[in-house]
Design a protein around this ligand. Sequence first.
Ligand code: AOS
Ligand code: ZN
Ligand code: ZN
Ligand code: ZN
Length: 408
Amino acid sequence: MSRMDQAYALLEAECRDRGVDLDAACRRLAALEVETPSWGYGDSGTRFKVFRQRGVPRNPFEKIDDAAVVHRLTGACPSVAIHIPWDKVDDYRALADHARNQGLRIGAVNPNLFQDDDYMLGSLTNVQPEIRRKAIRHMLECVDIMREVDSSVLSLWVPDGTNYPGQGDIRRRKRWLEEALREVYAALEPGMRLLIEYKFFEPAFYHTDLADWGMAYLAAEKLGPQAQVLVDTGHHPQGTNVEHIVALLLDEGRLGGFHFNSRKYADDDLIVGAIHPYELFLIFCQILEAEQSDDERVASTARSIAYMIDQSHAIEPKIPAMIRSVCNIQTQFAKALLVPWHLLRERQEANDVLGAEAVLREAFEMDVRPMLYRLREEKGLPADPIKAFYESGYEEKISERGFGGSGW
Ligand code: AOS
Ligand code: ZN
Ligand code: ZN
Ligand code: ZN
């Protein structure tokens, strides 16, 4: 027996003792899909400096090539999110075909409401009707692109807000936003979803029009069932209990997707799972528990979540950073799959405070590497995808691209 088979057997025995079906957990892990963002492959940085890296994609087609490499090595990333106009092309069907030829599909379409000079004082909430109209038109154009690339998710982050008290009329802006979203929502086809992201600050520093989950929820609730909330893990003030937000949105059938990343201080967009792995684990605990809910609406909401990475790799080599992110997500997801829910319930009902906490913590402390190795083995994937990347020669190959493209 190899060392890994021994480790798997040990984990299996431990799971059996705890009443957890390891094979079922592995099957669920194998079905986990994580979408990577086209902009995560390009150059990015901070407001101080964008460091250029050799070999980054020069165009949207090359971003898809890099995303395909991540999928080939991890087996878990069959879709890539695009950002318009960063990924503007003449022929979107050709872009979708290019993805398909490499076993990928285009996932969420992200409108850009923050880089046009006209949007300096707001896009969908600008006091000038022509600018609001321009922003709405851009969103409708994104719905058209969704049709062409066969995407079902329109992922909206509204950067709008104000820097000073009195600068804008908060209530009027709220109504303009609602009006705009109603028009965009009406253009969605059945099966398409509008995911509404929130962020409490930046680029605006006094007020943001969609500052928190409650505001995004309210907007979604007013629009209808095809609108849901997107939780970007980096978009909360320090100390926020993100898994609580996740639980609440699940229970209301309004959790549509995630943008995964890590934050230490603000919207740092660091590698997911690098800073607060326990938080990521607890988020997955809420989701996996909800997947088994008797309430069909809750269970189907949990099963339809769009898991997406939203990171900007300022100093990291892009492709290995993306692979690292996917592995970190898989690791915490695997741990959450090892929670014995019946035992947790039992201890909660017995008001066993320490016992209940121990159930979660002990799952977090388990070594799930044997699950990940088995999964990769079964899918014919390399045991160490980052090592496999460096050995593949791809890095040398793309260095011929020179210093090319910016993700931003
Ligand atoms: C911005 O902070 C958000 O996280 C958005 O999702 C944004 O569109 C994305 O990061 C690309 O810039
Ligand atoms: Zn300073
Ligand atoms: Zn985001
Ligand atoms: Zn962000």
